[in-house]
Every structure is written in structure tokens, then in C-alpha cells.
Design a protein around this ligand. Structure first.
Ligand code: FES
Length: 114
């Protein structure tokens, strides 16, 4: 199964930036990590802060703006206290300069990590 939704144009998000995309009632955080795009749930698993208001740190971690917990962006893995529950990831599809997510599938990195 797949459920492909448009996120944004490639040029809308610079490397090192994260933004929120509300799609199909599902708030996503979309990341540009050195030119590679990723998408996760925007909602922190600790206490529901918006991760897109946080910062990308140490290359490929997102730091939550509320209590500074961290997740590995490609796999969604919880990396720093107080976050202990992994983040939902979504497969990203790049078509030319357009970036899409498949809401039915995890990121390839998360799938490989299982
Ligand atoms: Fe994200 Fe607490 S809400 S670390």
C-alpha cells in the first residue's frame, strides 16, 4: 500500500533546515540534511512538542525545542533523554525538484534498521 503526498519543492528548504508540512491531517517535520530529504512525525514522542520548531544538530539529529531530547532523523530512533520512544518516519520520494512522502511506509533507513 502507498499514500503519496506532496511535501514541498526542493528549493523551499535549505540544507540544515527543518519545516512543518501539514498534509492529510498529519503534521510532518521535513528535513534537509546536507541535501538529503527526510520526513518524520512533527510531534515529539515525549510531550507533544513540534519538532519542526527545533534544530538540526550534530549533522542528522533533531533536537526537540521543549526539553532538548533528540532523535536520529533518518531512522527516527530516540537518541537523548527524555525521549525514549522512537519517532515515526516516512519514506521520502524525490521526483525532479518535488519532494513527496509515502504516509504508508517508513523511511528506508528505518526499515533497514529493523
Ligand atoms: Fe520533546 Fe520533551 S517534548 S523532549
Amino acid at each position: 500500500m502507498s499514500k503519496k503526498v506532496f511535501l514541498l519543492k526542493r528549493e523551499a528548504l535549505e540544507p540544515g533546515q527543518v519545516c512543518k508540512v501539514e498534509t492529510d491531517g498529519c503534521p510532518l517535520a521535513v528535513y534537509n540534511v546536507d541535501g538529503a530529504f527526510y520526513a518524520t512525525s512533527d510531534v515529539c514522542t515525549h510531550a507533544t512538542a513540534s519538532l519542526s520548531e527545533g534544530e538540526i544538530v550534530d549533522g542528522d539529529l533533531i533536537a526537540c525545542p521543549l526539553h532538548d531530547g533528540q532523535f536520529h532523523i533518518p531512522t527516527g530512533q530516540a537518541m537523548a533523554f527524555p525521549c525514549t520512544v522512537d519517532l515515526r518516519t516516512y519514506k521520502v520520494i524525490e521526483e525532479g525538484d518535488e519532494i513527496y512522502a509515502d504516509l504508508e511506509q517508513e523511511s528506508e533507513a528505518a526499515t533497514a534498521a529493523i
